[in-house]
Design a protein around this ligand. Structure first.
Ligand code: AMP
Length: 419
């Protein structure tokens, strides 16, 4: 983590305008009904919340509004009720948990649209918080149906979006509703995502190192191509590295890889671009492999690929090798900016997690670098290995962060007012 005051959601400590989008800091919400889209899609077991991280994450934006005297109306989805009212996916336990965290009453509406909800909303006092029932109980939500969006729009004078994880979806609560409310702003969570995944990467402090891993090259090809415009070095691990090694003509045994002609062409194209642009493109120098795909199965490491290494025909590459780890540590320790997307191996299984753990540690140990973990599995891994709080930014979106890194305009962010 870079040695400087960390970004603290809810506090104005930097002076730059993020993406020229209207922020929750810029609005005057006193006495107004503020309809805020949050991401309360929490894991539940038998109606109990097993991880309340997402609820906690929304608190700075909620408290900012309540302290300013707003009447806060929260909406979210939970799970996949597929457009039907299903008590299994009710947000009621979330309202209770949020009330505990805020230390004040959180009202709950057993629906998210309609005359009764409108009456409840209109009876709120300044500073009060109401959580609406799951917006995905209506098909109109994911269909981005105009009538449903208009009904949601009746519930707010101001709209705030703080649900980054769904910002890449044009749904009624993330996009449609903004056609019915004039003032639409982003909350602190989206503001922070834009600061790190867009603004900081405009002119990153060098060397700018991109760590890529995970399952497929094809999923991340656009990000690879786009970041090649800025990056000084790439570090490639995971099954993605297997695909590159196969494309280079090496024997990868039973390793998981994309083996189609298209994937081979994609991989060769990337290697060629990297060479042409003189970008250090470091595919893991050696590979850890196993004959059994099970936790704590015996593993061995190939000879370095460049020295004739190969994965035996009856084995599969499940992690990066020791030479790769040494080389990656060295590159990461000298980086000025590091962005990480995708594990180096099958980190979910004990014994196959060595490379992923090492990369996370190298990032955490580089006190001078700006460190960004780009969502999904890498965030899970960084938290699992205890490095989460050492990173400058851990993205809260999987698909949304990938699309933002690809340079796409996300519908939920495009819909926010420009300033
Ligand atoms: P992604 O969603 O593309 O980031 O891929 C993450 C998944 O890739 C994780 O579930 C890992 O277990 C898996 N993965 C990483 N390395 C390998 C590998 N060498 N072989 C098979 N799966 C892998």
């Amino acid at each position: 983590m870079r040695n400087r005051a960390p970004f603290r959601s809810g506090e104005l400590f930097y002076n730059i305008t993020v993406m020229a989008k209207l922020s929750i800091r810029d609005i005057s919400p006193a006495g107004k009904r503020v309809l805020m889209r949050v991401d309360f899609n929490v894991p539940l077991e038998d109606g109990n919340i097993t991880d309340d991280t997402r609820i906690r994450a929304a608190i700075p934006s909620i408290e900012h509004l309540t302290k300013a005297g707003a009447r806060v109306i929260l909406m979210s989805h939970l799970g996949r009720p597929k457009g039907e009212k299903n008590p299994e996916f009710t947000l009621e336990p979330v309202a209770k948990r949020l009330g505990e965290l805020l230390g004040s009453t959180v009202h709950f509406a057993s629906d998210c649209v309609g005359p009764e909800v409108e009456e409840t909303v209109n009876n709120l006092s300044d500073g009060e918080v109401l959580l609406l029932e799951n917006v995905r109980f209506y098909k109109g939500e994911t269909d981005n149906d105009a009538e449903f969006a208009a009904q949601l729009g009746k519930l707010g004078d101001i709209y705030v979006n703080d649900a980054f994880g769904t910002a890449h979806r044009a749904h009624a609560s993330t996009e449609g509703v903004t056609h019915y409310i004039n003032q639409c702003a982003m909350g602190f969570l989206i503001e922070k995502e834009l600061k790190f995944l867009v603004e900081e990467l405009e002119s990153p402090k060098g060397p700018f190192v991109v760590i890529m891993g995970g399952a497929k090259v094809s999923d991340k090809i656009k990000i690879l191509e786009r970041l090649m415009e800025k990056a000084d070095a790439f570090i490639i691990g995971g099954a993605m590295a297997n695909t590159f090694r196969l494309a280079q003509g090496y024997d990868i045994g039973k390793s998981f890889a994309e083996r189609t002609d298209e994937a081979m062409e994609l991989a060769r194209g990337i290697l060629k671009t990297a060479e042409d642009k003189n970008i250090g493109f470091h595919v893991a120098a050696d590979t850890r492999y196993a004959r059994e795909f099970a936790a704590n199965a015996p593993t061995e490491v190939t000879a370095p690929w460049a020295e004739g290494g190969s994965v035996p025909a009856d084995a599969e590459g499940i992690d990066i090798g020791d030479k790769a780890i040494e080389e990656f540590n060295d590159i990461i320790s000298k980086a000025g900016t590091v962005i990480w997307n995708g594990p180096m191996g099958v980190f979910e299984k004990a014994g196959f997690d060595i490379g992923t753990r090492a990369v996370g540690k190298a990032m955490a140990d580089n006190a001078d670098a700006l460190t960004i973990v780009g969502g999904g599995d890498s965030v899970t891994a960084a938290n699992q290995f205890g490095f989460g709080d050492k990173m400058d930014h851990m993205s809260t979106g999987g698909g949304a962060s990938l699309e933002l890194l690809e340079g796409k305009e996300l519908p939920g962010i495009a819909a926010i007012n420009n300033v």
